[in-house]
Design a protein around this ligand. Structure first.
Ligand SMILES: C[S@@+](CC[C@H](N)C(=O)[O-])C[C@H]1O[C@@H](n2cnc3c(N)ncnc32)[C@H](O)[C@@H]1O
Length: 240
């Protein structure tokens, strides 16, 4: 995400909310303890607000983002906070992974968080499955996104809607464009709890839960003034 996007007041508020909810409810996430430290994959990481929020609890975070600019912004932020040995990001896309992403260090995460990005992905089910393969058995997948906005299905004309999103910042686009015009970057107007639960369960995940007590967010008029964010979790089954 461009630095400019973080100066937009509603985005500042939203990122603060995401950070505080994840930080303050880390126990609720239920990350398995196995004595080997906690490794986080911050997928579609942007400049790394999730990694920053969870940094006190983890041993290592790897950020992956489609956009090289976002990966660079993540690394600059982690450097500026003297966290670069713990938090680092690379450019990548699990939907068309480079050979780099086959390295074992990109597997066996204890927790994966994908924040405010699943709605950009046309095949959300495939993305959940790809993320799950990167978890260790018993590991936790967390999705932060909008509850359905009740606007129906985004128009499909205009071709692929998630492929080019990374070159520009998703938040900045969402802030600037009317939703209809943003159809080429937004594949879903959020998810209902039932849809999200089904996405996890169709991938074979268990122990689905939704965090309680998340305040509504003020958003631009084009997004109906107020939206409800959710934080959902599910566990990868343990192989016996
Ligand atoms: C709205 S930003 C959210 C950034 C961050 N997770 C946060 O919560 O602040 C969405 C991010 O998703 C990234 N993205 C979109 N499609 C992606 C994909 N297929 N793989 C990896 N990253 C992707 C974009 O480059 C962008 O940085």
């Amino acid at each position: 995400m461009s630095k400019g996007a973080f100066d937009i007041p509603w985005i500042k508020e939203l990122t603060k909310l995401i950070s505080s909810k994840l930080h303050d409810n880390f126990e609720w996430l239920g990350v398995p303890q196995h004595g080997g430290g906690i490794r986080l994959l911050d997928y579609a990481c942007g400049n790394g607000i999730v990694s920053m929020a969870l940094s006190p609890f983890i041993t290592e975070a790897i950020g992956i983002d489609l956009s090289p600019k976002m990966a660079a912004a993540y690394n600059a932020l982690s450097e500026s906070q003297n966290l670069s040995t713990k938090l680092s990001a690379i450019e990548g896309d699990l939907l068309s992974p480079s050979s780099t992403l086959r390295d074992p260090k990109f597997f066996n995460f204890d927790i994966i968080v994908m924040s405010m990005a699943l709605h950009h992905i046309a095949d959300a089910q495939l993305m959940i499955e790809k993320l799950q393969t990167r978890l260790r058995d018993g590991g936790i997948l967390v999705i932060v996104d909008w509850l359905s906005m009740g606007l129906g299905v985004p128009p499909t004309e205009g071709g692929d809607r998630n492929e080019h999103e990374g070159e520009e910042d998703g938040f900045a686009k969402e802030a600037k464009l009317k939703l209809a015009a943003a159809a080429h970057v937004v594949a879903h107007w959020g998810f209902s709890k039932e849809e999200m639960k089904a996405l996890f369960e169709n991938a074979g995940m268990v122990d689905v839960g939704f965090m309680d007590g998340i305040e509504k967010s003020k958003v631009p008029a084009e997004m109906n003034y107020e939206q409800q964010m959710f934080i959902a979790k599910a566990r990868k089954v343990r192989n016996h």
